[in-house]
Design a protein around this ligand. Structure first.
Ligand code: SF4
Ligand code: SF4
Length: 367
């Protein structure tokens, strides 16, 4: 059976992403990606963003960011990450002209940051016309309608994120919510994370360009399943401590971080496999609880319970409390609902098991 080059690439992109290895170890794929990006340029629009996701993108190793930007993979060709306000050399009218020219041909729109809708969108402006700033809402609406596909990069673009937390004076919403309010139906893929892993972005773009939109299977929140299907809690190196009821009471304790507010039992992403900083470490291996940055409820306390300051780490409302009185029933809070159901169920079952055990004296952290 013959296998066309395109089919091979499509298969490879899906397979290697699913396995969590580098997408571009195969030089043929690297070349094909560079060529595909050249044919379908990317406009990266920064809305209400801290630029953390851009910084993360600059940290991509495979392919290297200079290869994405400068196209050393295919000598003589310029890869078009056509418009990126942070890394492009051009500025002012010259930069805006690049955006306007690029949107006249098929392109992929990337939005980093939330869309600020308050005050006619005037709190977030990109470029100017007739002496006035252009609200980012105008760009997202215009470009969103024209784009082949839209990627909402980072938690703010996907779900509103930190900007949408109380009190949200900028009227920030995620791209999906903004599109809904404008009746825009362009395919949208959410890549939440604070900040994203560079492979989540590069891998998704590669899959869209090489295999088409249909090659990216997404979950009910619009996140690619190849990156966002696994529960952190199920792949955590500290899971043994959780199952044994050994919980850290303070930072630097070597045990499960559940009681310090870890959201691993409700967060889905492949961080334990991929790791950050070029595969060096990730939140939990670095001694900090997972803060669930890939979920729509992030930043949790800040967005849902106005009386609890953002910096207070507490287990999410959906978690069963770890009580010394094991006869207590588990009371799942209504706030997480279906999203957290499966994960909380796993936690609940484990705790119930411990509650029935005779040897459970250290469940609340006493050892
Ligand atoms: S609660 Fe957090 S630290 Fe503990 S096992 Fe689960 S993911 Fe790991
Ligand atoms: S471990 Fe949790 S907080 Fe850290 S990047 Fe992954 S999902 Fe976000």
């Amino acid at each position: 059976m013959s296998l066309s080059r395109r089919k091979f690439l499509k298969f490879s992109a899906g397979a290697v992403a699913a396995m969590g290895v580098n997408l571009f170890d195969n030089p043929l794929m690297a070349k094909a990606f560079a060529q595909a990006v050249k044919e379908t340029p990317i406009i990266w629009l920064a809305a209400g963003a801290c630029s953390g996701c851009s910084v993360s993108l600059l940290n991509t190793l495979s392919p290297r960011i200079q290869d994405v930007l400068l196209d050393e993979l295919v000598p003589g060709h310029h890869t078009e990450l056509a418009f990126h306000p942070t890394v492009m050399a051009a500025s002012g009218d010259l930069a805006m002209d690049v955006m306007y020219q690029t949107e006249e041909k098929p392109f992929i729109l990337v939005v980093e940051g939330s869309v600020g809708t308050a005050d006619g969108g005037r709190m977030m402006e990109v470029g100017e016309a007739h002496g006035h700033g252009i609200p980012v809402t105008e760009h997202v609406e215009r470009l969103g309608k024209k784009a082949v596909a839209v990627l909402a990069v980072g938690s703010c673009a996907a779900f509103g994120g930190v900007n949408k937390a109380n009190m949200n004076p900028s009227g920030s919403v995620g791209v999906g919510e903004f599109f809904k309010s404008k009746g825009i139906t362009t395919p949208l893929i959410n890549l939440p994370g604070c900040a994203i892993h560079p492979d989540w972005f590069i891998g998704t773009v590669a899959s869209v360009l090489l295999g088409g939109l249909e090659s990216v299977k997404v979950d009910e929140l619009g996140r690619p399943e190849m990156f966002y299907s696994k529960l952190i809690h199920d792949n955590c190196p500290l899971r043994g401590h959780f199952d044994a009821g050994r919980f850290a009471q303070k930072f630097s304790d070597p045990h499960c971080l559940y009681k310090l507010g870890c959201k691993g039992p409700v967060a889905r992403a492949n961080c334990p496999e991929k790791k950050f900083n070029s595969g060096t470490n990730w939140c939990i291996e670095n001694g900090h609880p997972c803060i669930g940055c890939v979920e729509p409820e992030f930043p949790y306390e800040g967005s849902m319970h106005a009386t609890v300051p953002l910096q207070h780490v507490t287990p999410p409302a959906a978690y069963p409390a770890i009580e010394t009185d094991h006869s207590q029933k588990i009371d799942f809070g209504p706030t997480y609902g279906a999203l957290a159901g499966a994960a909380a169920g796993v936690v609940g079952m484990n705790l119930l098991k411990k509650g029935n055990s005779k040897d459970d004296g250290d469940q609340d952290g006493k050892e």
